[in-house]
Every structure is written in structure tokens, then in C-alpha cells.
Write a protein that binds this ligand. Structure first.
Ligand code: SF4
Length: 171
């Protein structure tokens, strides 16, 4: 009831509230393998302060994280490790490909470097740059939050397909 006596209420859907809570409580797992990892640390520090977006609680265990941030070069030997870490994270989970090397192999067009982590695990958002500026990382984080709110991430699509019985592959 509002002050003037008129009824005041709002309606919503459960999935909208759940997605709103999810997007503001991300638990990142930093998978930093090279120079991009340093830029990721800068984004987490006080000047840029990723905590403002509810994503400051870094977790180094895949079972306690829901946002995998892959920052740096993923060589062929590291790719199975990355896949294992991703598989160990519980659903729903999200992936950020941080920088040119994670997204495409960057300048390392050689057999020993994975030419994009999306050949190994599904990616929700890419951050361009070598290394990306912290402003770009925050922009990508906001884009990811928008996707989570709309239910458009890979994990959320997988969840819907699983419920409908049309899920063909886990990745
Ligand atoms: S994108 Fe550039 S800064 Fe990032 S890991 Fe590759 S070489 Fe290093």
C-alpha cells in the first residue's frame, strides 16, 4: 500500500529474478596463463574494481566458481586441463575469452597453440585486445550480465534444451 492509500505492487517472473541474482553474483575462476593474466589482476584491483559488478569473489576451485575467465595463451598441452576445469564447474557456468591469444591464438599461429579456446569449450563473451584494456573487460562483463538476464548464454540454452529433451551434446 502506498502513502496515498492506493495499491502498489509489481509483478515479475521467477526466471527473471533468478537471472537478476545470477548476473550480480558471479564467482570468477581466473585461468591466467600469460601476460593477459596481469591485465586481469589490474581489472580486479581498486582503480577499476570489478566488485562494483558483483564479480569480485575470486575462486580457485572450479566447484566454487561459475565464471571461467581464460586469460592468455592456451597451448595444446594446456587445452585438456582447461576442458577438465570447465567440466568440473557446476551448471550454470559462463566463459569469458580474455584477449587475442585466448580468442584466436593471437600472434602465435603455430601448431602448439590452440587457435581459440572455443575449439575446446563454449565461450559466452570475447574480450578483444592484446592485452585488453580493463575498460574493455568491464564492458564485456556487462555484456555477459545482459546475456544472463535474457537467458541467452550457452549454459542457459543448454539447460532449456535439456528440459525439452533436445540436448545433443554437453558442449
Ligand atoms: S593477447 Fe597479448 S597480452 Fe594477452 S596473452 Fe596474448 S600476447 Fe599476451
Amino acid at each position: 500500500m502506498s502513502k496515498d492509500g492506493s495499491a502498489a505492487y509489481f509483478t515479475t517472473r521467477v526466471d527473471a529474478v533468478v537471472n537478476w541474482a545470477r548476473k550480480h553474483s558471479l564467482f570468477p575462476l581466473p585461468f591466467g596463463t600469460s601476460c593477459c593474466g596481469i591485465e586481469m589482476m589490474a581489472t580486479l584491483c581498486s582503480d577499476y574494481d570489478m566488485a562494483r559488478f558483483g564479480a569480485e569473489a575470486i575462486r580457485f576451485s572450479p566447484r566454487q566458481a561459475d565464471l571461467l575467465i581464460v586469460a592468455g595463451i592456451i597451448n595444446a598441452k594446456m587445452a585438456p586441463v582447461l576442458k577438465t576445469v570447465y567440466d568440473q564447474m557446476s551448471e550454470p557456468k559462463w566463459v569469458m575469452s580474455f584477449g587475442a591469444c585466448a580468442s584466436s591464438g593471437g600472434i602465435f599461429n603455430v601448431y602448439s597453440v590452440t587457435q581459440g579456446i572455443d575449439t575446446v569449450i563454449p565461450v559466452d563473451v570475447y574480450v578483444p585486445g592484446c592485452p585488453p584494456a580493463p575498460e574493455g573487460v568491464l564492458h564485456s562483463l556487462i555484456r555477459l550480465q545482459e546475456q544472463i538476464q535474457k537467458g541467452e548464454t550457452v549454459a542457459q540454452r543448454r539447460e532449456r534444451q535439456s528440459r525439452a529433451g533436445t540436448l545433443k551434446s554437453i558442449t
